[in-house]
Write a protein that binds this ligand. Structure first.
Ligand code: HEC
Length: 141
């Protein structure tokens, strides 16, 4: 019970910190197409279609990403819907047609309210998250 409460509190703190961080760059939010550089397509996801990566990715997604992207990756998280640029549905053709490498680049680099995760999460975890993002996109297609 106590551990559960602690976990909830820690999650709440993380969400508030992420929102504060994104608020500071709110004025940088850019409209229009967001394209990863062509070289990103050559990055190979070492965890593509990996079952255990999917499980880890799902757990991390719930913590770090679902507040904005929603539990199913539809872009409808409570903190995502009010943003000037809303997160896209991962099952939209726009996202589906991008390579794992391109999505990985975006996860690392960020834009506007999308936090640059390159320094926040280990590389292994970032790839596992991309594996899960892919899975969500295909699941709800
Ligand atoms: C504070 C809200 C927020 C959080 C937390 C967040 N994102 Fe995002 N994300 C966004 C927004 C907003 C965009 C769209 C940015 C744009 O188009 O300018 C985005 C875009 C993306 C994209 C690019 C999709 C596309 O449009 O091509 C990926 C991939 C992504 N996020 C993955 C993640 C993952 C994985 C996590 C968790 C580690 C995460 N995001 C956490 C707000 C968030």
């Amino acid at each position: 019970m106590l551990i559960h409460l602690q976990r909830t509190l820690i999650l709440a703190v993380i969400v508030v910190l992420l929102m504060a961080l994104s608020a500071t760059v709110e004025t940088d939010a850019q409209e229009g197409e967001w394209k990863a550089p062509a070289w990103a397509d050559d990055l190979v996801n070492p965890y593509a279609n990996d079952e255990s990566a999917l499980k880890n990715g799902a757990e991390q997604f719930e913590i770090y990403c679902s507040p904005c992207h929603g539990h199913e990756g539809k872009g409808d998280g409570a903190a995502g819907v009010g943003l000037p640029v809303n997160p896209k549905n991962f099952s939209s053709p726009d996202v589906m047609q991008q390579s794992d490498g391109a999505l990985f680049w975006k996860l690392n680099t960020g834009r506007g309210n999308m936090v640059p995760y390159v320094l926040l999460l280990p590389e292994e975890m970032r790839w596992q998250l991309i594996t899960y993002v892919r899975f969500l996109g295909e699941k709800t297609h």
